[in-house]
Write a protein that binds this ligand. Structure first.
Ligand code: SAM
Length: 183
């Protein structure tokens, strides 16, 4: 996969610094980032402004149930878990190391349930257990995206939200030289 054009990488780095200055400090999130680095978890979690944006979306919807596909170290999971009073977050992760670090990072949050397994194995079981979710966040394996999306549509309540991460970025990286003519 091609990397981002330098101008975009530089803009992303600058925006990350700006985001940290603008948002309220959150010790749990900061500790999670540090713990992920200590455990060599790849630095591919969402940024603070995206976490804040998703949290606002959940607040606007008064979401009470969130499904996340792709936990990593639990950074986005924490944003969802702290978004709305009473919300419950179910998150799916197939890498045991990532799952273990996510469990450390979400310790004490009793509204988080992290399921270990491949998303396409876990989703059918979850669909049998839980009726529907208010909000589904897809952030795992791009090659299975269409199948995640089909499950998400099936498992999201009417009027709920399915949010697919990295769509624009994927389009940018999908053709040689960066920007795609199909954008
Ligand atoms: C981009 S990271 C998730 C980032 C996280 N949502 C955040 O922003 O903090 C993608 C995660 O999905 C996991 N993953 C990839 N394929 C998967 C699959 N088929 N089933 C479950 N998890 C998967 C990876 O191990 C990785 O931890």
């Amino acid at each position: 996969m091609a990397s981002l054009p330098p101008v975009l990488s530089s803009a992303l780095a600058t925006s990350l610094t700006a985001q940290k200055q603008l948002l309220k400090p959150n010790k749990r999130l900061d500790d999670a980032v540090a713990n992920c680095a200590r455990n060599n978890i790849p630095p591919i979690a969402m940024g603070p402004s995206q976490g804040s944006f998703l949290s606002i979306l959940c607040k606007l919807m008064k979401a009470q149930s969130v499904l996340e596909i792709g936990t990593l170290g639990g950074y986005s999971t924490i944003w969802f878990a702290e978004s709305v009073p009473g919300v419950h977050v179910t998150s799916i992760e197939f890498n045991p190391t990532h799952r273990d670090v996510a469990l450390e990072n979400t310790k004490g949050l009793d509204n988080v349930d992290i399921r270990l397994g491949a998303a396409l194995d876990v989703l059918p079981k979850l669909a049998d257990e839980v009726k529907v979710f208010d909000f589904v966040f897809i952030d795992a394996d791009w090659d299975e995206q269409q199948q995640y999306f089909d499950w998400a549509v099936r498992m999201t309540r009417k009027g709920g939200c399915v949010y697919v991460d990295n769509v624009v970025r994927q389009l940018m990286e999908s053709e040689e030289g960066g920007l795609s003519s199909s954008m």
